[in-house]
Ligand binder design. Structure first.
Ligand code: NAD
Ligand code: GLY
Length: 368
């Protein structure tokens, strides 16, 4: 039987929902109590996660739906596109799924983002449940209703805000996660420190070993605190009119790395990790933080086993290539790149920076 150790509420009026955090939740039918009734459900997963967990989820849902369908998508960021999304619609239509059908996103952020977008679009909106199975998805992507696919010219460029009805963070699923993916998830946990909670940052400095060893208590704390911070930000600014953009600390540089290297070469969390160092260094050069803070952040990122330097995207004009890619960022306004910067540890701000300074930061922060 499962243990719901914690619940975090996302307060969004009629779109409110909760995040259940515990071990063994996925396989417990009671986890799904309170969801809207329906004739059918569709489990959306991929060829890696489905063999591990789909049967358990299907069994847990068996008493709830007359029909449970399943679609297994190809695994990888490079498949987060229209062609793969179409497979979800193909299955929904082939199985004559109606507008009450509940979609279950079983997997990491790629599955969650695509399933959420499919749920937002199918018959103009059907309910969906996030069952995140990566640390990154449990602490970030499954919460808050951002759904999207990539376009060859930009990351997450086609999407919708669409909230799930429930998020089920089963910590036991993290046991099978490859070490590189666990580290990528830690990048998004680390992110919450500089932007909102330096107490969490200090806790991470003390407990990084326990997290890398996948101690359940440490993971539970990291997931819960991350979700609490994200819930507060999303509750205040669901559609990113302002505040929510701080959750993208490190992402402007990170998205450029992901797109510039080709989706799937650098993991999202790896791009964010190197991107946070670059954004911190830019903050320092703008006089917002001191060198000691940048060093402290860099040390913690390194301890998590994450890259602290960006890759060279163009041997001729590396900084130019970064700038070109960053101008496609969703936070850009009229071609002006807006960065999430740290204005003293624990506080983030959005602002533009002179190209020349950004170039200096890229030159200083990219390997070799
Ligand atoms: P992912 O979904 O690609 O999963 C990482 C890898 O781990 C995949 O190969 C997956 O099959 C495998 N996997 C998943 N769960 C597993 C398990 N329990 N055991 C073994 N293998 C498992 O990557 P991710 O890091 O979870 O998510 C990254 C994506 O999330 C990116 O596309 C990013 O843009 C998106 N994202 C979205 C938001 C948002 O707010 N919507 C926030 C952050 C990131
Ligand atoms: N990961 C950024 C956001 O949810 O807004």
């Amino acid at each position: 039987m499962s243990t719901i150790a914690d619940r975090v509420a996302i307060d969004l009026g009629e779109r409110s929902y909760s995040i259940a955090i515990g071990s063994g939740l996925l396989a417990d039918p009671a986890t799904y109590d309170g969801l809207p009734g329906a004739r059918s459900a569709l489990i959306v997963s991929n060829t890696t996660v489905a063999p591990l967990y789909a049967e358990r989820l299907r069994t847990a849902l068996a008493g709830r739906y007359a029909q449970i369908h399943e679609v297994q998508l190809s695994d990888g960021e490079e498949h987060k596109n229209w062609q793969t999304l179409q497979q979800i619609f193909d299955t929904l239509l082939a199985q004559e799924c109606d507008r009450k059908t509940v979609l279950y996103a079983l997997g990491g952020g790629v599955i969650g983002d695509m399933t959420g977008f499919a749920a937002a679009c199918y018959m103009r909106g059907v309910p969906f449940v996030q069952v995140p199975t990566t640390l990154l998805a449990q602490v970030d992507s499954s919460v808050g209703g951002k759904t999207a696919i990539n376009h060859p010219l930009g990351k997450n460029m086609i999407g919708a805000f669409y909230q799930p009805r429930l998020v089920v963070c089963d910590l036991a699923t993290l046991d099978t996660l490859p070490a590189r993916e666990l580290a990528a998830g830690l990048a998004e946990v680390i992110k919450y420190g500089p932007i909102a909670d330096m107490a969490l940052f200090a806790w991470l400095e003390q407990n990084m070993g326990a997290l890398l060893a996948r101690e359940r208590g440490a993971l539970a704390h990291a997931v819960k605190r991350s979700c609490e911070i994200k819930a507060a930000v999303v509750g205040a600014d669901e559609r990113e009119a302002g505040l929510r953009a701080i959750l993208n600390f490190g992402h402007t540089f990170g998205h450029a790395i992901e797109a510039g290297m080709g989706y799937g070469v650098w993991l999202h969390g790896e791009g964010v990790a190197a991107g946070m160092v670059m954004a911190a260094e830019l903050s320092r050069r703008l006089g917002l933080v001191d060198a000691a803070f940048v060093e402290r952040l860099t040390r913690l990122i390194a301890r998590a086993g994450l890259p602290t330097r960006g890759p060279v995207l163009d041997a001729q004009d590396n900084a130019g290539r970064y700038l070109e890619l960053m101008r496609v960022d969703k936070k850009a306004e009229g071609g002006e790149i807006r960065f999430v910067l740290i204005d003293g540890p624990g506080k983030a701000i959005m602002r533009a920076a002179p190209d020349a300074l950004v170039r200096e930061v890229i030159d200083a922060c990219c390997a070799p």
